[in-house]
Design a protein around this ligand. Structure first.
Ligand code: B1M
Length: 213
């Protein structure tokens, strides 16, 4: 029986080699990549979050955990894509202006790819106009916005306005999320959808596509 707690503890302690070996061991034991992601890496990062919040972990340790998580996610990524069929739609994703958090955003990108969508990941600290330009240039169906700071959430509304100003709002749907983001906030700023986690974000993106088809 695979010991998820050992994986979580090693992620928190920044034990890169051990985490890499445990992720591989879990997959070799036949556990699904999504389970290893959800119950191991994301669960571990959520504990990191709680410890940071409680002042028990500090930025350098958090960054180390984030970097180790990224390596584990890269190992799992090819296993998460459930088919090689043509992309069902095109998604632009990024973290909003002023915000450098990308762990969750990259998980959303990966789950969307894994569900058969083509994903263009703009990175972090992305201005509203950059999102709108990328959506136009790539003829995108969906723009995904991530924010982890209450101080950067207003950039989501500015991005929705920039998309409207580019005459894209009939064609492009906006899906938002991030730890402080809520459905109520999405309704308030006129986003088309909100998702609380990466798995539901991929589902919501596919639902938005089928609605606009
Ligand atoms: Co920062 N940070 N951080 N941080 N950091 C938080 C977010 C914070 C909650 C910690 C705390 O103090 N309590 C707090 C924000 C408070 C607030 O405004 N609400 C905070 C702060 C204050 C800061 C700094 C200001 C600290 C400082 O410098 N004084 C600074 C800001 C820098 C900036 O952005 N300008 C800062 C910096 C950092 C690091 C860069 C060091 C690092 C990020 C590394 C990186 O991303 N490459 C970092 C980290 C790691 C965290 C915590 C510990 C973990 C965040 C994380 O990755 N969680 C975080 C504490 C916390 O969240 N409790 C914290 C794991 C990840 C899988 O979850 O990102 O929520 P999450 O993603 C989930 C869902 O939200 C959802 O799916 C994901 C997976 O299920 N989701 C979406 C995410 N995006 C979505 C988009 C969607 C749909 C769903 O649609 C498009």
């Amino acid at each position: 029986m695979f010991d998820y707690q050992q994986l979580i503890d090693s992620l928190i302690k920044g034990e890169k080699e051990i985490v890499n070996n445990l992720v591989k061991q879990a997959v070799d034991e036949g556990l699904s990549a999504k389970d290893v992601l959800d119950n191991g890496l994301i669960a571990g990062m959520n504990v990191v979050g709680d410890k940071m919040e409680a002042g028990d972990m500090f930025i350098p340790e958090v960054l180390m955990a984030a970097q180790i998580m990224g390596e584990g996610v890269n190992f799992l990524k090819p296993l998460l894509r459930d088919d090689q069929s043509a992309a069902k739609g095109k998604v632009i994703i990024g973290t909003v202006k002023g915000d450098l958090h990308d762990i969750g955003k990259n998980l959303v990108a990966m789950m969307c790819e894994g569900s058969g969508l083509e994903v263009i990941n703009l990175g972090v600290d992305i201005a509203p106009e950059q999102f709108a330009d990328a959506a136009k240039e790539n003829n995108a169906d969906i723009v995904c916005l991530s924010a982890l700071l209450t101080t950067t959430m207003p950039q989501m509304k500015k991005t929705i306005e920039a998309i409207k100003d580019n005459g894209l709002n009939n064609r492009v749907k906006v899906l938002i999320g991030g730890a402080p983001v809520t459905q109520a906030f999405a309704d308030e700023i006129g986003a088309d959808a909100f998702a609380a986690d990466a798995g539901s974000a991929a589902k919501k993106a596919n639902q938005l596509l089928s609605v606009s088809a």
